[in-house]
Design a protein around this ligand. Sequence first.
Ligand SMILES: [Zn+2]
Length: 378
Amino acid sequence: MPISHNFDGGNIYVIEDSNSKNIQLRIREDASSCFFQWFYFRMHGLCHIPCNIEIQNAGGATYPRGFENYDVVYSYDRINWIRHPTNFSNGILNIQFTSLQDAVYFAYFAPYSMERHADLIARTLSFPLASLRVLGQTLDGRDLDLIKVSNGNNLNKKKNCWFIARQHPGETMAEWWMEGALEWLGTQNTIERNSLLDLCDLFLIPNMNPDGSYRGHLRTNAAGRNLNREWGKPTMETAPEVFLVKEAMSKIGVDFFLDIHGDESLPHNFIAGTEGLINWSLEKQHQLDFYKNALKDINKDFQTEVGYPIKERGSANLNMSAAQIASQHGCLAMTLEMPFKDTLENPNKTLGWSPSRCKNLSISCLQALNQYLKSLII
Ligand SMILES: [Zn+2]
């Protein structure tokens, strides 16, 4: 078969009656669950041969609307990921492609492998202000990495600001976001970066779900748990990732929290707040509005018009990270969603929403945090 997927983050299943010019595929479900949408595979040995690739079960995926007006990404070098016109009809995702090389990779979004994660951590630790703490191990025995970025100055009352990414491992844009944030924090010796580090210590979990990432999952960890439904009472047996991070947060404290995600369907960047909390207040609303508006003013890829429906007071789901952290720590806690497709406001036909745009947005999020922390002082 001209298709392979048995690598870091790979996911596809080849249907038996495929042939080299008519390739029939299915996306594998996450282990011990029924979620599926993430795919990542290599096609080889079909240079200059027009191929018809069909993902037969796309219509039954967790978010089938995610495939409407969606274009797949492909790459020859696994560095540059380019959009390719893709058709979705009768539940089948269809890619007509003629490869110009002996091997080409296809994915739902630009992948972020665990090898790249290891590179990111190693590179980050060469920055003088960054340090690593391994919070513990996942069910597959992988390290859960926490990066702290601090200027070491503890004279004033600094805030503890947390960012976590990739609870849902198929949302690889979240770790591209982290790469941008860590590079900016580590290398940009600017007034703005230094002002931020005078106001807070930053705690970043670049990958909350290493097992799901390696296994090529969309939403769950090795035990089939959706980590963003485990924040109420996590256990080491089923969701050690959440248990360990929540424990570290309780010890260190949380004054600001942003959970980084991707949304399969909506072609926008947006932030979801925790308006559903029973003690939601005007003060909390002002804080949320301040951050969202600051981010909108800084980055034209971010908007505040479209997003999830706002929850009614008292209807918050405390098993989700932002609601749990806001409730437990009384701080501004939010969920950032980025698109798999593109932004309607600022479309890019060649790349769609892309790693470089994720990285730009992360810098803007840190700049908005700087403004937000200053606003608390005034
Ligand atoms: Zn998510």
